[in-house]
Design a protein around this ligand. Structure first.
Ligand SMILES: [Zn+2]
Length: 49
């Protein structure tokens, strides 16, 4: 599921953004990826959002 909004999915979608935080691979849906593009590109942990 999406690590931010928790939207469910059958599995990681190809269009989802994968972000590795603290060694843990997390996926973010299209909407969250766009909303947090700057944070992801800045390699900030989701805790900063
Ligand atoms: Zn999401």
């Amino acid at each position: 599921m999406c690590a931010r909004c928790g939207i469910g999915t059958d599995g990681p979608r190809p269009t989802w953004t994968c972000s590795v935080e603290n060694g843990v691979r997390q996926y973010f849906c299209d909407r969250c990826s766009r909303e947090n593009l700057r944070a992801i590109e800045g390699r900030l942990d989701s805790a900063w959002w």
